[in-house]
Design a protein around this ligand. Structure first.
Ligand code: ATP
Length: 507
C-alpha cells in the first residue's frame, strides 16, 4: 500500500531526502533543502530528462542561462504586467489566500462528494456496477456535476477577464470560509505580482530593479539567435534548460509541490508558423510517453486549461495523482510568436529565422514543455514509497517500508556490508569491493548495524542491491547479492559484481 502524505514527508526527512530550509530557526515557509539521498535522486531525475530531451534528440540542444536578466526581459515577456495571482485576505485572521485556489478547493470538495456516491454504489452493486452509466444518470451526481460546472465556468471567465469583483462574488455566493478559522470576513480581491525583486548594485531606485526569473524560458528566448547561429540548427529545433526559478507564491503548501524557489526543466521548440497544432500534439504525446516510463497510466492524465495564460494559444497539463489529488506536474504550451515577437520589438534586435527553402525570414512559433524537477521528485516518491508484507514471508504482520525506485533512479545503487564489523578480514574485503565499485556507480559502505537492520535501511532509500561479505567470501571470493524487490539472494564472484549490477543500474 502507498504511504500517506504525512508519513511520506516524515520518511523523506528521516532518510536524508528533504529537510525544511533553515530548520534550526524554525524553518522558512515554502523553502526546502535536499539531503544526501535527495540530491542524488534529484540529479538522476534531471539526468533522465536531459538525456531523453537533449542527448537522444538530434535537434535539441541545451543551455544554462543566468538567473538574473535585463529587467526589460520581464516587461517584454508580460511578467511585469500580467504575472499576477488574485489575492484575498481574511480580515479576522489576516491570513492571505489565492482567490482562485479557494474556489478550486471548494470544487475539489464537490468532486469528493461525487466519488463518495460512486464508492457507495460500487459497494452496493458489486461487479455489475457501470460507473459511466451511474455518472450519467444518478440524480445526486448530476446535481453535483452541474454545480461543479457552473463554478468552473464562472471561475474561468473571471480569471480570463481579470475580474476581481466577480472572484469575490463567487467566494461569497459559495459561502467559502477561511480553512482554519471558518471566518467568512473577506477583503476585496486584488492582483499580486509573483516576481521577487532585488536591486542592482550601482543603480539607484526603479532603474536598478532586478527580478529573479520566475521561469527559465526567457533565458532561452533571448538566446534564440545565438544558439541557432552557433549550432547551425534548422527549424524545427529545440533548446532545453534546467534551472532555478522563483515565485512569490501566496499559498505555498503541500511540501515541495509549491515552493517559492524551485527548479524547472523546460524545452522551447521553435517551429514554422502554422505548424503549431501538429507540434503541440506531438509533444503532448511524447511527454506522456516519457512519464509512462516512470509512472503507471492510472496516475497520469491530461487536463486542458480552461483559461489560457497571456502568452498561449493552447495549453495542457499532464497531471499526476499526488496524495492530495490530481495536480499539474508538467505543462505543454503553444506560445505562438508571443515571446520572440515581444523581445524583437522591445530590443529592436531581429529574432528571426531565415528559411533556406522558402527564402523567407520569419519569427518562429514555439511549443514548450515545462516540468518542475521538484514536482517530479515528489511524484516519484509518492509512487515508489510503500509499506508491504515482506516478500516470501507468510506472516502478514511482517512488513517493511521500501522505496521501489527504478534502479537507474536510485540514489545508491549498491550497499556493501561485512557480516561482522569486528572481523578485520571481512571489513577489509568489503572495503576493497567498495573502493573498486565506487568508480563505476554510486555505492555505500555500511557496517553500523546488524545485517537485517542495514538491509531495512537500504530498502527505505531504494538501494536495489545489497552486497554482503561473509566468511565463505574469504574462501571463494564470492559474495551474497540481495535483490531489494524479490529479496532473493545469489552468490556472485567479486570480479563479476560490476558486470552484473552495472547494466541494471545504468540509465
Ligand atoms: P501552478 O498552476 O501549479 O501554479 P503553473 O501553471 O503556474 O503551476 P507553469 O508556469 O506552467 O506552472 O510552470 C511549469 C512547471 O513548473 C509546473 O508544471 C510545475 O511542475 C513547476 N512549478 C511551477 N510553479 C512551481 C512552484 N511554485 N513550486 C514547484 N514547482 C513549480
Amino acid at each position: 500500500t502507498e504511504i500517506d502524505f504525512k508519513a511520506l514527508t516524515a520518511h523523506a526527512k528521516e532518510n536524508g531526502f528533504i529537510y525544511q530550509s533553515s530548520e534550526i530557526y524554525d524553518g522558512l515557509a515554502a523553502a526546502y533543502d535536499y539531503g544526501p539521498n535527495g540530491v542524488l535522486l534529484k540529479n538522476n531525475l534531471k539526468e533522465y530528462w536531459w538525456r531523453s530531451m537533449v542527448q537522444l534528440n538530434d535537434n535539441i540542444v541545451g543551455i544554462d542561462a543566468s538567473i538574473f536578466m535585463h529587467p526589460k526581459t520581464w516587461k517584454a515577456s508580460g511578467h511585469v504586467d500580467a504575472f499576477n495571482d488574485p489575492l484575498i485576505d481574511n480580515k479576522d485572521s489576516k491570513k492571505r489566500f489565492r482567490a482562485d485556489v479557494l474556489i478550486e478547493e471548494h470544487m475539489d470538495k464537490i468532486e469528493g462528494k461525487i466519488n463518495k456516491e460512486i464508492a457507495k454504489a460500487k459497494k452496493r452493486f458489486g461487479d455489475d456496477f457501470d460507473e459511466a452509466q451511474f455518472r450519467a444518470t444518478n440524480p445526486n451526481v448530476q446535481r453535483y456535476l452541474t454545480e461543479h460546472d457552473a463554478i468552473a465556468k464562472r471561475l474561468a471567465t473571471a480569471m480570463t477577464e481579470g475580474n476581481m469583483a466577480e472572484l469575490k462574488q463567487i467566494i461569497e455566493d459559495l459561502g467559502i470560509s477561511e480553512p482554519d478559522t471558518g471566518s467568512k470576513n473577506w477583503t476585496e480581491v486584488r492582483q499580486f505580482n509573483l516576481m521577487f525583486s532585488t536591486q542592482l548594485g550601482n543603480i539607484a531606485g526603479e532603474e536598478g530593479k532586478l527580478y529573479l526569473r520566475p521561469e527559465t524560458a526567457q533565458g532561452i528566448f533571448v538566446n534564440f539567435t545565438n544558439v541557432q547561429k552557433t549550432t547551425r540548427q534548422k527549424l524545427p529545433f529545440g533548446i532545453a534548460q534546467i534551472g532555478k526559478a522563483f515565485r512569490n507564491e501566496i499559498v505555498a503548501r503541500q511540501f515541495i509541490f509549491r515552493m517559492r524557489e524551485f527548479e524547472q526543466m523546460e524545452m522551447q521548440f521553435f517551429i514554422q508558423p502554422g505548424t503549431q497544432q501538429e507540434w503541440y500534439e506531438k509533444w503532448k504525446e511524447a511527454r506522456l510517453k516519457w512519464h509512462l516510463a516512470l509512472h503507471p497510466q492510472s496516475k497520469l492524465r491530461f487536463h486542458d486549461h480552461d483559461n489560457l495564460a497571456h502568452y498561449a494559444d493552447a495549453a495542457v497539463d499532464i497531471q499526476f495523482e499526488f496524495p492530495f489529488g490530481f495536480k499539474e506536474l508538467e505543462g505543454i504550451h503553444s506560445r505562438t510568436d508571443f515571446d520572440l515577437g515581444a523581445h524583437q520589438e522591445l530590443s529592436g534586435k531581429k529574432l528571426q529565422y531565415f528559411d533556406p527553402e522558402t527564402k523567407e525570414s520569419y519569427v518562429p512559433y514555439v511549443v514548450e514543455t515545462s516540468i518542475g524537477a521538484d514536482r517530479l521528485f515528489l511524484a516519484t516518491l509518492t509512487h515508489a514509497l510503500r509499506d508491504e508484507q515482506v516478500p516470501g514471508q507468510d506472516d502478514p504482520n511482517n512488513t517493511r517500508t521500501v522505496l521501489s525506485l527504478h534502479p537507474a533512479l536510485a540514489p545508491i545503487k549498491a550497499a556493501i556490508m561485512p557480516l561482522k564489523r569486528n572481523d578485520e578480514r571481512l571489513v577489509n574485503m568489503a572495503r576493497d569491493i567498495f573502493n573498486d565499485l565506487r568508480f563505476r556507480f554510486e555505492v555505500q559502505y555500511d557496517d553500523t548495524g546488524s545485517i537485517g537492520k542495514l538491509y531495512r535501511r537500504q530498502d527505505a532509500v531504494g538501494t536495489p542491491f545489497c552486497i554482503t561479505v561473509d566468511f565463505d567470501s574469504l574462501e571463494d571470493n564470492t559474495v551474497t547479492v540481495r535483490d531489494r524487490d524479490t529479496l532473493q539472494q545469489v552468490r556472485v564472484k567479486i570480479d563479476e559484481l560490476a558486470g552484473m549490477i552495472g547494466p541494471k543500474v545504468d540509465m
